[in-house]
Design a binder for this molecule. Structure first.
Ligand SMILES: [Zn+2]
Ligand SMILES: [Zn+2]
Ligand SMILES: [Zn+2]
Length: 290
């Protein structure tokens, strides 16, 4: 069984955006709903995306990150990579434990520049225990040579240019065979992504839905384009009747109140809070245990 913990389910600015007085933000504040930047922990060993909110969210939820050995980052927008966390890890009991960082070239650049500036490391040598693995769509990476193995397939995203990536989504297979799609961030899936995902029968798919009813902000999905992409993913076997689909990267462009949950449910998509835990037995629907 694999365990997937949602450390954050929100957009770059989080929901509510504390600067904002729109009806969605006002509703979230009034109801104590807080969605941090999106990040997900798999089996305590893999962390996907590490924006500045994500490690603090883990602390708030009472979770430890000391077991994380693999860090997957989809692109170099600041809500997905906060390199400062690597410095703070180096002050912890996990400091000497190996850490694989998998990310597109722009992400590795951000990390190397940070370490060079703050820790005086040579730019091309981050030093132990950090090992950098380039994530390039179409080139799978096997991480975990010192423990449980995770098979990581970067998949092309429609999100920004090479200066932040090229951005990728992640298709991750855990040691016990559970399959996870991390579909974040992307606009409508490009044809090469759909081809790469065909037939994968994911147990869990975390799909971004940043834009709600207000499309046109960045390269993101909204309620209408998510519905179209889900139809495509169901038609090509990426998703099956047993797949659990969860909406993440949610912003205040989404409707307040119960409306969002109801509309996502019509698409077969779960709306879960930060801190939700899903236990995944390969081939069957995930159990939402928290
Ligand atoms: Zn983002
Ligand atoms: Zn707002
Ligand atoms: Zn982004």
């Amino acid at each position: 069984m694999a365990r997937v913990t949602l450390l954050g389910t929100g957009s770059a600015d989080g929901w509510p955006n504390p600067w904002c007085d729109c009806s969605s933000c006002a509703w979230a504040r009034a109801n104590g709903v807080i969605r941090h930047q999106t990040g997900v922990l798999v089996d305590d060993a893999v962390l996907i995306d590490i924006g500045p909110d994500v490690t603090r969210s883990a602390a708030r939820l009472g979770l430890r990150l000391g077991g994380v050995r693999h860090l997957l980052v989809g692109h170099a927008h600041a809500d997905h990579i906060g390199p400062e966390a690597l410095m703070w890890r180096s002050w912890s009991t996990a400091a000497e434990a190996p850490l694989d960082l998998v990310g597109p070239p722009a992400v590795l650049d951000v990390v190397q520049a940070f370490l060079a500036r703050w820790e005086g490391r040579p730019r091309d040598d981050p030093g132990p225990p950090l090992r950098l693995w380039p994530a390039v769509a179409g080139s799978p990476v096997e991480v975990g040579d010192y423990g449980a193995r995770y098979h990581v397939r970067p998949v092309p995203a429609r999100h920004g240019d090479a200066s932040i990536g090229p951005a990728v989504l992640y298709d991750v297979t855990t040691p016990d065979g559970a399959r996870l799609l991390y579909g974040c961030d992307t606009g409508p899936l490009p044809a090469d992504a759909l081809a790469a995902l065909a037939g994968r029968a994911f147990d869990i798919a975390l799909m971004e839905e940043n834009n709600g009813d207000r499309p046109g902000f960045g390269e993101h999905l909204d309620l209408a384009t998510l519905a179209v992409d889900l139809d495509r993913l169901r038609a090509n076997g990426a998703l099956t009747a047993a797949s659990t689909v969860v909406a993440v990267h949610l912003s205040h462009r989404n409707p307040p109140g119960d409306e969002l949950a109801e509309r996502l449910a019509r698409l077969g998509v779960e709306l879960l809070p930060d801190g939700a835990v899903l236990d995944v037995t390969p081939g069957s629907r995930a159990a939402i245990t928290h």
